[in-house]
Design a binder for this molecule. Structure first.
Ligand SMILES: NC(=O)N[C@@H](O)C(=O)O
Ligand SMILES: [Mn+2]
Ligand SMILES: [Mn+2]
Length: 450
């Protein structure tokens, strides 16, 4: 391989895709002389949407089913209407905007992403894939194109795990997750508000608690493509416009609780303590150790939530709560790490005389591979638009991870500033976004004519 970049090697092993572009089954002569993106309008929309936030600019916080989320959803539905799409919503608030093709009975081609944003994050994560998708439809309409297969834009509910601790909630249900449909009957958020109460407050789940109605029918889509910022530095560093995602890494998340006796920080001497806080601290370091010991750069582990109770400076923590996110492109290797984390939790609990009161694996998802059909379409589109592109893997997860279970899937990445994401400094230039929109438009056109 050209530059001994360990991830390239891994990507070839992992996605089975030779680094060199395979021959495309899509014709190179596209009827599209010019695809014009309304960059000014798109820029304005990204800024306007970011104002529906529970955090002060430049940060964006937009949590599922909050007032700001409902306003942002209304904003998107309005834009879908202005683009001439027929709009519908399902019981959990996945929103669909459809442009009927000449042969509407054929399964449609879909694209989409999410607009929910974790606390104090940026304007572009997910948003580029929703506003960009609507603009891609406008671009095709402006060029006089008429699809054979219908084109459908999906705004997925709750890609971020912020409110109910479950990532990709909307797309998991669309992909038919019985377990999730069941679990949501008893799921509550940190304020003890139930999922259904919250959904109803946002106008969803009116008279349903059997969420299997959200499941997509077999063959609903002939292909699914998601446009997203890279959330990594590669494209920007290498000056490449488009990332052709060939695979998405396998995410997992774990909730852990320790319980000890707590007590007075002054009066209780060290030998007679069983400090739940120190148990949590030790486990957090053990997560790092097990991830580093996997010997692969592709294994990552994060303790993004660590809470102590009662949380008083002069009181020994009697309870501690950790939430662990670990990922890898190699599912086996990731599962080994999870097993080692569990053994450490047990070992630490017995060594420190605290109780391991919870070790719950919330999700342990397999990785997803992009489909040749979609990869070829994305590559020939980028080529026809004379945009530099490279194949790459996604270490962040996306709704595409679950759409791959019900449809041939592919993702398009665009560069973002220093690879920043999940923080206010997240940024993508309108030029890069416009390139992504053009490649998406052409890819959708190719797939819809297939
Ligand atoms: N794309 C993205 O940020 N997805 C996240 O929810 C993640 O944690 O990967
Ligand atoms: Mn995100
Ligand atoms: Mn995202």
């Amino acid at each position: 391989t050209c530059n001994e970049d360990p991830t390239i090697k891994t990507m070839e092993d992992f996605s089975g895709y030779p680094f060199q572009e395979p021959s495309s089954s899509f014709s190179s002569s596209s009827p599209f002389s010019s695809l014009s993106v309304d960059t000014q309008n798109l820029r304005k929309q990204i800024d306007e949407l970011s104002t529906f936030s529970d955090a002060p600019a430049p940060s964006v916080t937009r949590i599922l089913y909050t007032d700001k989320d409902v306003l942002a959803r209304r904003y998107i539905k309005n834009l879908m209407g202005l683009a001439g799409l027929s709009v519908r919503e399902d019981a959990v608030g996945n929103i669909f905007g459809r442009w009927d093709g000449n042969e509407p009975e054929l399964s449609a081609v879909a694209t989409g992403s999410h607009i929910d944003a974790i606390p104090y994050s940026g304007k572009y994560d997910g948003v580029v894939g929703v506003l960009g998708a609507i603009e891609a439809i406008n671009v095709l309409k402006r060029s006089g194109f008429k699809p054979k297969r219908s084109l459908e834009i999906i705004l997925f509910t709750s890609e971020e795990p912020t409110r109910f601790g479950i990532s990709c909630l909307g797309s998991r249900l669309l992909a038919g997750s019985e377990a999730l449909a069941e679990a949501l009957k008893t799921t509550v958020d940190a304020q003890n508000i139930s999922f259904f109460e919250a959904a109803k407050s946002a106008g969803y789940a009116k008279d349903h608690d059997d969420l299997s109605i959200v499941f997509l029918k077999e063959g609903s889509y002939s292909a699914f493509v998601e446009l997203h910022i890279e959330q990594g530095p590669i494209l920007e560093e290498e000056g490449i416009s488009i990332g052709i995602v060939t695979a998405i890494a396998a995410p997992a998340s774990i909730k852990v609780d320790f319980e000890g006796d707590g007590g007075h920080a002054g009066a209780v001497l060290m030998p007679s303590r069983n400090d739940a806080g120190l148990a949590a601290a030790e486990l957090a370091l053990a997560v790092e150790k097990h991830v580093l010991d996997s010997g692969s750069i592709d294994t990552v582990g994060t303790v993004g939530i660590l809470e102590l109770h009662p949380g008083a400076i002069n009181s020994i923590p009697s309870k501690s709560h950790l939430e662990i996110d670990t990922r890898d492109i190699d599912q086996e290797r990731r599962n080994d790490v999870i097993e080692k984390i569990f053994q450490s939790a047990e070992m630490i609990a017995s060594k420190r005389g605290v109780r391991l009161s919870e070790f719950r694996i919330i999700n342990q998802d397999p990785p997803a591979l992009s489909h040749k059909l979609v990869i070829d379409a994305m590559q020939s589109a980028a080529k026809e638009l004379n945009l530099t592109h490279k194949s790459m893997i996604s270490r962040a997860y996306h709704d595409s991870l679950f759409m791959a279970r019900v449809s041939p899937m592919g993702m398009l990445f665009i560069p973002c500033y220093k690879g920043y994401s999940h923080k206010p400094e997240e940024y993508a230039s309108i030029k890069d976004i416009a390139n992504g929109v053009k490649v998406l438009a052409l890819t959708l056109a190719k797939l819809s004519s297939f």
